[in-house]
Design a protein around this ligand. Structure first.
Ligand code: ZN
Length: 287
C-alpha cells in the first residue's frame, strides 16, 4: 500500500535498522523493487529524481504506474513514493500528482531561504499527510558535475531545520553521490554523532549509499540513520546484467531480441542488489 514514509522511518529508528530508498527509472525498475520488497517483507521507499520523473513523461505517469502496480502485484508491504532532491516547483508538482513523500532540497539556498521554503512545504505536507525530507549541507558528488569529497553539515543548522517539523533529515557527513573516489576519507561519525545529539529523535537520511563499506553503513544506522538512498548501485547492476546478455549473444538467439527477454537479466540484477541492501540495512521481515 502507498503510504507516507513517517511510520516506517520511526519504526526503523526505534528498531535500529534502515529503510532503503531505491530510485526508479522505468517499469522494470519499479517492478523489480516492489517485488523484492514484498518477497523480503520489507518496507520500501521508491525514489524519483526530477530527471527520472521527466524521463517517465511526468510525475502523474509515475504516480499512476506505482499505484496501479501496487494493486496489480498485490503488494502488501508499506511503499512510499518519494521525490528525490526536489526543487520548490517539483515538490508542488509531486504533491499534486499523488506522491506520498517529498524531499525538498533547499541546500543550495542560503539557510534563511531554505528555512522559509521548508516551513511552507512542511505545512502543505502536514495538511495532505505526506512525509517530507529536508537537506542541510550539500551532499556532493557527480550530480554537481564534479566529484567532491563530501561536505559535513553544521549540527546547529541541522537542528534549525529539524525543528521546522520535517519527517526526516538528510545531512552531509562526508557522503557523496555516485561512485566514491579511491582516496575518500569515509563517513564522519563525529559529525553524525554531533547532529544526532542536536536533533534527537529525528530519523536521519544517508544519501549516496553506493560504495560505502558495510561496517560504516552499520555504524551509521546505530547512530540514528533510518533511511539510506541507493541509486547508482542498481544502475550498475542493471547495466552489468544487460551487457552480459548481449555479450553472450543471447539477443541473437531465437527471440532473444524480445524486450521482455532482453531486459530480464538486468531486472533480475536489480532485484539481487535490492535484496542485498535490504539484508544489510536490516529491514527484512519488518513490514
Ligand atoms: Zn541524494
Amino acid at each position: 500500500m502507498l503510504v507516507s514514509a513517517k511510520d516506517m522511518l520511526e519504526k526503523a529508528r526505534d528498531g535500529k535498522y534502515a529503510v532503503g530508498q531505491f530510485n526508479i527509472n522505468n517499469l522494470e525498475w519499479t517492478k523489480a523493487v516492489l517485488q523484492t520488497a514484498e518477497e523480503m517483507k520489507s518496507p520500501v521507499i521508491l525514489g524519483v529524481s526530477e530527471g527520472a520523473g521527466k524521463y517517465m513523461t511526468g510525475y502523474k505517469t509515475v504516480a499512476a504506474m506505482v499505484k496501479a502496480m501496487i494493486e496489480e502485484l498485490k503488494i502488501t508491504v508499506p511503499v512510499a513514493l518519494h521525490l528525490d532532491h526536489g526543487s520548490y516547483d517539483g515538490c508542488y508538482k509531486c504533491i499534486e500528482a499523488g506522491f506520498s513523500s517529498i524531499m525538498f532540497d533547499g541546500s543550495h539556498y542560503p539557510i534563511a531561504e531554505n528555512v522559509e521554503k521548508t516551513t511552507e512545504l512542511v505545512k502543505v505536507c502536514a495538511e495532505k499527510g505526506l512525509s517530507i525530507e529536508a537537506e542541510v549541507g550539500s551532499i556532493g558528488g557527480e550530480e554537481d558535475g564534479v566529484v567532491g569529497m563530501g561536505e559535513c553539515a553544521d549540527p546547529d543548522e541541522c537542528k534549525q531545520v529539524a525543528d521546522l517539523g520535517v519527517t526526516m533529515l538528510a545531512a552531509g557527513i562526508g557522503n557523496i553521490h555516485g561512485k566514491y573516489p579511491e582516496n575518500w576519507a569515509g563517513l564522519s561519525f563525529d559529525t553524525l554523532a554531533a547532529i544526532k545529539d542536536k536533533v534527537g529523535d529525528m530519523p536521519l537520511v544517508l544519501h549516496g549509499g553506493t560504495g560505502i563499506p558495510e561496517d560504516q553503513i552499520k555504524k551509521a544506522i546505530s547512530l540514528g540513520v533510518a533511511k539510506i538512498n541507493v541509486n547508482t548501485e542498481c544502475q550498475l547492476s542493471f547495466a552489468d546484467g544487460t551487457r552480459k546478455y548481449i555479450e553472450a549473444g543471447k539477443d541473437l538467439e531465437g527471440k532473444g531480441f524480445d524486450p521482455r527477454k532482453l531486459l530480464a537479466p538486468g531486472t533480475e540484477a536489480i532485484k539481487a542488489t535490492v535484496k542485498e541492501k535490504m539484508e544489510l540495512f536490516g529491514s527484512v521481515g519488518k513490514a
